[in-house]
Design a protein around this ligand. Structure first.
Ligand code: AKG
Ligand code: FE2
Length: 389
């Protein structure tokens, strides 16, 4: 839970805050974001945590002390983030035309504390490391050794698909069921709060893992909707044994690894702050390469050249993989996936691809300006950098 002990010191000045809050509440009510009353009625059942946890201190790889030395543990409490980045804008959604919707930290902080939305806005920002005022966040964590060999790093930074996100949001925010894009795997390090995860094997059919049409309701493609519908089936005895799920409650300091191709869905139990990165490792290059060629042809040419000069030994894996048939889920899953999708894997048009990672909750936000001075609606800003890549 958030420590609200120092609100007076770091929060938005009281008068401004009250005005903003009034406006916000009015607008949120107008949009019916709380129509289902989840703020008071949504409860997750007790969990049978089935994840395999490795204790970093008990295995021989020294580097497996993944996050204990990260400054993020001190610096990324909601309060300290507010204090340091209060006037910086972070991406919390996309409008219907794919423009970023951004919100200043000071307003989002207030929103996190006070909202009663069924499925609250979620900050999911992939360009923090490129913006002058926020790139210092990169110094607060490091890529764990296991995942350093990300083959996309050979591509020019400006050309590579978005690959790192700072993620924060209140209880009930989250990421709907999806497969990560381009056959990438991901790690997700939680700094603050608790997340609930459910992972489902890659071969589970989309129709089984997604809410049914009649269940989509007011908030289609939202984590809360999944946890109110499919989750019940997943936990019942009628769930097909051939798709055993893995679930866990992630605590601060724990790093989740999501293998390529796995369905996953995440909901925040309280205010959370996390960092997540997607990667193409040698282990999944044979999956990532053909998807990249098909989905992002322009980028793939550039990347191929770079691999050829930096890691020529990998070219044979890439060439052999092009003949491999693609699996159905990861190439066809789309609109509701926060990351995997036809269009997310595509560089036709604006060559943006992987940014669809968080598209789940953005879609619902349409083009509202939550409040003129709180959110710079992306259409005023022009395409966000990540959409141009
Ligand atoms: O922390 C979360 O909400 C999960 C994020 C996720 O699955 C993703 O970024 O692909
Ligand atoms: Fe994901």
């Amino acid at each position: 839970m958030m420590n609200t002990g120092c609100e007076e010191f770091i929060g938005v000045p009281q008068e401004e805050s009250l005005k903003q809050k009034e406006k916000l509440v009015q607008e949120l009510n107008n949009y019916g974001w709380n129509t289902l009353g989840f703020a008071t009625s949504f409860d997750l059942p007790p969990i049978t945590d089935t994840i395999i946890r490795l204790n970093g201190s008990e295995i021989c790889l020294e580097e497996f002390r993944l996050t204990s030395n990260w400054a993020a543990h001190e610096k990324w409490t909601p309060e300290r983030l507010l204090k340091k980045y209060r006037n910086q804008k972070f991406k919390c959604g996309e409008d219907d035309d794919g423009y970023s919707v951004k919100i200043k930290m000071k307003y989002y902080y207030d929103y996190m504390r006070t909202n009663d939305d069924d499925s609250p806005l979620y900050v999911f920002d992939s360009s923090f490391g490129e913006r002058h005022k926020t790139k210092k966040l990169l110094e607060d964590y490091e890529i764990p050794k296991f995942w350093e060999d990300d083959l996309f790093r050979y591509a020019e930074m400006k050309k590579r698909p978005p690959h790192r996100w700072i993620v924060f949001g209140p209880a009930r925010s989250g990421t709907a069921i999806h497969i990560d894009p381009l056959g990438t795997s991901a790690w997700n390090a939680l700094i603050h709060g608790h997340k609930r995860w459910v992972l489902i094997p890659p071969d589970a059919p989309k129709a089984l893992v997604k809410p049914m049409k009649h269940e989509a309701g007011k908030h289609p493609d939202e984590a809360v909707t999944w946890f109110n519908t499919v989750y019940k089936r997943v936990r019942s005895s009628s769930w097909p044994k051939e798709y055993p799920i893995i679930e866990c409650r992630q605590a601060p300091g724990e790093v989740m690894f999501v293998p390529a191709g796995w369905w996953h869905v995440v909901i925040n139990e309280s205010v959370t702050v996390a960092i997540t990165q997607n990667l193409c490792s040698i282990a999944n290059l044979h999956i990532v390469w053909p998807k990249t060629v098909r989905g992002r042809p322009k980028f793939s040419k550039h990347w191929f050249k770079r691999i050829k000069s930096e890691r020529p030994e990998l070219i044979s894996i890439m060439e052999a993989s092009e003949a491999t048939p693609q699996d159905e889920n990861s190439s066809s899953d789309s609109s509701s996936s926060s990351s995997s999708s036809d269009d997310s894997d595509s560089d036709s048009g604006n060559d943006d691809g992987v940014e669809k990672r968080m598209q789940v909750q953005r879609k619902r936000r349409h083009s509202q300006t939550i409040s003129e001075n709180k959110v710079a609606c992306a259409s005023k800003l022009g395409r966000s950098p990540e959409r141009k890549q």
